[in-house]
Design a protein around this ligand. Sequence first.
Ligand code: FE
Length: 196
Amino acid sequence: MSGEHASSPVAAQVRHVEALLEERGWLAPGEVDERIDAFAAGGSPAHGAAIVARAWTDPGYRERLLADGNAAIAELGYSMGGALQEQKLTVMANGPDEHHVVVCTLCSCYPIALLGPSPGWYKSEAYRSRVVRDPRGVLREFGVELPATTRITVWDASAESRYLVLPRRPDGTDGLGEEELAGLVTRKGLIGTALV
Ligand code: FE
């Protein structure tokens, strides 16, 4: 917690409770701050899903999204946020021969504005260290079994650069509208630890 009231007795009590919860493992360190940031940014996985659904239905938008993530999400009214300057967004499209997965090896950098607060596993030491060494094995643990011929690329996020995966549109969804398509897209799919 921070801000102009940080020295008030209530703020001190809140910090004390946070510290206790973190000590007991009921709250990940920094989780409260991150949720407040996400709330402030209005972040939600529904945003990422809406972007993907637009890209699936509008080839021109897909092209613009892959060329310049920040400009393309602005078309839909979204922005990346960032304290001093907007974080750079790169979007990578999965294909039949290529799969992308995102990590922050250093800490937990993540496109909060498009995905809401990051899941616990994303911040875990196990995921951060292992997905780089053995992406295929880690994906298998998430239930994603990729053909041996599929190339897997791991993207390491940082304070300045954030990544979003554009999953492949599932077969048999030709009749679906943009909103229904968005309903198929999961947070894991946008990180690359699920197919959609
Ligand atoms: Fe990080």
